[in-house]
Design a protein around this ligand. Structure first.
Ligand code: AGP
Length: 608
């Protein structure tokens, strides 16, 4: 996610800030910027692209100043362009602000400020916040920041400086982490300890609703209303490498554990509980245009193709629109039929996968309307579709896709509801789905709290050389995804299959040495999958079953079970995939594999 670094003290701020931002590069970003107070006012520099672009622009210029703030931006509102990069300044140009998070009511505040004569140069919610602080500034920066934040809804981690107060740096936190570094007569602000660890291990963690006011004599912590609160100074014990992964041993594990928040972020602002509907303006599909869609093709690769399969089940079941799923690499070469009323949905975490981009071009050349479900803001696919939804799950660093998958399924649920509510789905049914969707983050967290159970399972089966994953209905793609995870990071051959299809061949593989992982929530086909488990057991196969609470019938048959919470049938993949992600992670770990960078794999396959 975005990175924040601030400094006030006797040393030159620019090198400290730039080095701190470099420490945060691993988090993924697409633009950067710095603001300095150099005795002659505010000096703001920013650039799209990597930090090296900004560094080149600073090279050879006057970057003096012993107080400043710097930012690396992971775009959420607005493409990764220089105007959208942080810091943003207020109308007067005397206040600079950097921000992590999302200001939910930015549109309303922007409209009100424009009505009062403010002019904006970016598409961002952050610039709105800077203008609000500037409008409220009456000679006291911390009070202006506190007043502005009292009007803000949403998550933020911010740092602010002002040309009229060259010795003061104000920071605040509500949802996005901000720490305060305590040095020898110098003070730091950062979104992550790794940015300042080389300067100090003494840190103060701001909690939600708190602000820090730093100047050359020290710092003070307060709430938005109260002037002072006492906070303990903590010592950072971690080494830098561990910190960059937020304390997790691998990015993949970190990203598995981020899924309660990432799924929530994907859905944030889209669920309309009262009407049982969704607000997905980004699709750029009016009701009339959506009603004219009579066929949907979803095209993607790898994990994204698996989420596409789940989308097919959702859309056909709830919106009753014929939906096909195509490997992008096949679609692009097979002279596909695209007729009037065809919508093509491209799913891609990176937004740069060559096959998916080519399939999109093929679809557009044949007149299809196109939608993208993409994570990287401003990526090629996201810019070439007619409309779409950003996954907003944050940068996915681990090569094996995990949080992007659950976010893709959540985004497909939003697309499904968009169409279903224009068609056969009643408001009551819509509210049922929206209620179930809003419960998913907590249910994912409940599963993650029991990750140690999966680690034990992985230990028992880590020496297997083959594995079979079975699922039915909407959990058949989960079986495929679970098998892919195991293959790509532990190099154990694994195959996903529709459970009933096992009888038509793969059953010959069943013996006591091959674990059979069965995804068996209590859904409409539960009875059928019990029979499949019995068929496996009858041949000495060992079954690990993903089940719901109280499923004694399968517990009696399986070698081991893992319980996941119940939800609506079509939403079960967002929960049933979590133990399979963890299983593959722990098996790979046990086998000494490079979890974050598996052999032969690239994070984004930008070649054919
Ligand atoms: C998933 O674990 C793989 N790394 C890979 O299959 C990936 O899903 C595929 O390359 C598609 O990438 P995309 O979502 O960025 O288009």
């Amino acid at each position: 996610m975005c990175g924040i670094v601030g400094y006030v003290g006797p040393r030159q701020a620019a090198p400290i800030i730039m080095d701190g931002l470099r420490r945060l590069e691993y988090r993924g970003y697409d633009s950067s910027g710095i603001a300095l107070l150099n005795g002659h006012g505010l000096d703001v520099r920013k650039a799209a692209g990597k930090l090296s672009v900004l560094a080149d622009e600073l090279e050879g210029t006057d970057t003096s100043g012993t107080i400043g703030i710097g930012h690396t931006r992971w775009a959420t509102h607005g493409a990764p362009t220089t105007p959208n990069a942080h810091p943003h300044v207020d109308q007067s140009g005397r206040i600079a602000l950097i921000h992590n998070g999302i200001v939910e009511n930015a549109t309303a505040i922007r409209k009100a400020l424009i009505a009062r004569g403010h002019e904006f140069t970016s598409e961002t919610d952050t610039e709105v916040l800077a203008h609000l602080v500037g409008e409220l500034y009456e000679g006291n920066l911390e009070e202006a920041v506190a007043a502005a934040l009292r009007d803000v809804e949403g998550a933020y981690g911010i740092a602010v400086i002002c040309a009229e107060e060259p010795d003061t740096l104000v920071a605040a936190r509500n949802g996005s982490p901000i720490i305060l570094g305590v040095g020898e007569d110098e003070w730091f602000i950062a979104s992550d300890p790794s940015a300042i660890l080389e300067h100090t291990r003494s840190v103060v963690y701001l909690d939600n609703g708190e602000m820090a006011v730093l100047n050359r004599d020290g710092y003070r912590v307060r709430t938005l209303s109260k002037r002072h609160i006492d906070k303990p100074v903590n010592q950072i014990e971690w080494d830098l490498a561990t910190i960059e992964r937020g304390g997790f041993e691998h990015f993949m594990l970190k990203e598995i554990f981020e899924q309660p928040e990432s799924v929530e972020n994907t859905m944030r602002g889209h669920l309309l509980e009262e009407t049982g509907d969704v607000r997905v303006y980004g699709l750029k599909l009016s009701d009339e245009q959506a009603r004219r869609i009579n066929r949907i093709i979803i095209t993607a690769c790898g994990t994204s193709w698996h989420s596409a399969l789940i989308g097919k089940y959702m859309i056909e079941e709830l919106a009753r629109i014929p939906t096909e799923v195509e490997y992008a690499s096949e679609f692009r070469y097979r002279n596909p039929i695209v007729t009037e009323g065809t919508l093509v949905i491209a799913i891609s975490q990176s937004g740069e996968t060559a096959d998916t981009l080519a399939a999109l071009h093929e679809a557009k050349s044949r007149g299809a309307r196109t939608i993208g479900l993409v994570n990287v803001v401003g990526s090629t696919i996201s810019r070439e579709v007619d409309g779409g939804l950003y996954l907003r799950c944050g940068p996915e660093i681990g090569v094996a896709s995990t949080k992007a998958f659950t976010s893709q399924v959540a985004a497909l649920a939003l697309v499904t509801l968009r169409f279903a509510r224009l068609g056969p789905m009643t408001a009551a049914e819509g509210r049922r789905y929206i209620d179930a969707l809003s419960k998913l983050p907590a249910q994912i967290r409940e599963i993650l709290d029991r990750s140690a159970e999966v680690e034990v399972l992985a230990e028992r089966f880590a020496d297997a050389t083959n594995a079979l994953y079975l699922g039915r209905g909407v959990n058949f793609p989960v079986a495929l995804e679970g098998a892919l995870k195991l293959k790509e990071i532990s190099y154990v051959h694994a195959e996903g299959y529709p459970a009933a299809e096992m009888k038509h061949g793969p059953i010959a593989l069943i013996d006591e040495n091959m674990p059979v992982i069965v995804v068996a929530p209590r859904d409409a086909v539960h009875g059928k999958i019990v029979s499949n488990i019995q068929e496996v057991r009858a041949r000495g196969g060992k079954v690990i079953a993903i089940v719901n609470q109280g499923d004694d019938e399968i517990a009696r048959l399986a070698e081991a079970t893992f319980i996941v919470p119940e939800t609506l049938d079509l939403l079960t993949p967002i929960l049933t995939i979590i133990p399979l992600q963890l299983f593959s992670y722990y098996v790979a770990l046990r086998r000494g594999c490079n979890v974050d960078q598996p052999r032969n794999l690239a994070k984004s396959v930008t070649v054919e």
